[in-house]
Design a protein around this ligand. Structure first.
Ligand code: ADP
Ligand code: ADP
Length: 239
């Protein structure tokens, strides 16, 4: 198992009821998991716990058998390096070129002024260019990131995650701000990466049809609990 989540609970400091209650599941290599649920169900909290952007209140998260629930410092950095993350709002640095945004994924985040002046190694540039080819954006590598469309920006974010050579890719509503056609093109890229690079996928979606089309497994979440865990064809609309 890549990931084992056991009896996870998350309660935010000022809220009365927990955002996640008793969540348990395991993730095997190669899966394409869609996390489905209404707004406020806890999907984003779950993704943020797994990437340890936040720390769970109770329960454990194991990565390749190692308990990383409260890991910090070097252990946390090592763990995060094996996980690529994409967001609803893409999180690119608009003033930097497309290529530099991808390079930042390879070298770790740095202040913008430093990213501008940094002398990148040829091997890193080659890797970033290759990742941009994979998502079909090599031709815009020198443009400023904020000149691209939303769909293109998400593809840059995917390339930035790819150059990290992650084992698992997490997406927090990666297509929620894109139109249906563009959403599909992004899901197609994630599927290609899942199949060709064998990178395990775990993405929050609120579109049942997309989950059915792309996921190999659906985790349905409602009010902080898992209410469905199975193949998308078994999904019913009540959930
Ligand atoms: P989502 O798109 O997952 O529904 P929201 O738009 O509700 O997220 O939240 C946007 C930001 O506000 C997130 O960073 C989230 O952590 C934070 N947030 C959401 N709900 C609350 C809350 N009740 N109290 C404080 N912060 C919140
Ligand atoms: P989803 O991603 O499914 O929309 P979230 O994980 O964003 O759900 O939110 C789950 C619950 O936790 C909601 O009730 C939300 O308001 C609350 N919440 C999210 N982020 C915060 C936060 N930073 N502080 C307090 N409450 C939060």
């Amino acid at each position: 198992m890549l990931l084992q989540v056991d009896r996870l609970k998350k309660k935010y400091a000022k809220s009365t009821s927990p955002a996640l209650k008793d969540i348990s599941f395991s993730v095997a290599e190669g899966e394409f998991i869609a996390i489905l649920g209404l707004s406020g169900a806890g999907k984003s909290t779950l993704i943020r716990c797994i990437n340890r952007l936040i720390t769970p209140t109770q329960g454990t998260i194991r990565w390749l058998g190692k308990d990383i629930t409260i890991a910090s410092g070097k252990d946390l950095t090592m763990y995060r390096r094996s996980i690529g993350m994409i967001f609803q709002t893409f999180n690119l640095v608009g003033r930097l070129s497309v290529l530099t945004n991808v390079l930042v994924g390879r070298l770790g985040y740095m202040p913008v002024w430093r990213a501008f002046l940094f002398r990148y190694k040829t091997s890193d540039i080659k890797a970033a260019e290759h990742a941009l080819e994979r998502v079909g954006l090599f031709h815009v590598r020198d443009k400023r990131a904020d000149q691209l469309s939303g769909g293109q920006q998400q593809r840059v974010a995917i390339a930035r995650a790819l150059v990290q050579q992650p084992i698992l890719m997490l997406g927090d509503e990666p297509v929620a701000s894109l139109d249906p056609m563009t959403s599909k093109s992004i899901m197609d890229i994630l599927q290609m990466i899942n199949r060709k690079d064998k990178i395990t996928m775990m993405v929050n979606l609120h579109d049942v049809e997309l989950a059915k089309q792309y996921a190999t497994r659906v985790l349905g979440i409602s009010r902080g609990k898992i209410v469905f865990d199975g193949p998308p064809e078994k999904l019913t609309y009540e959930e």
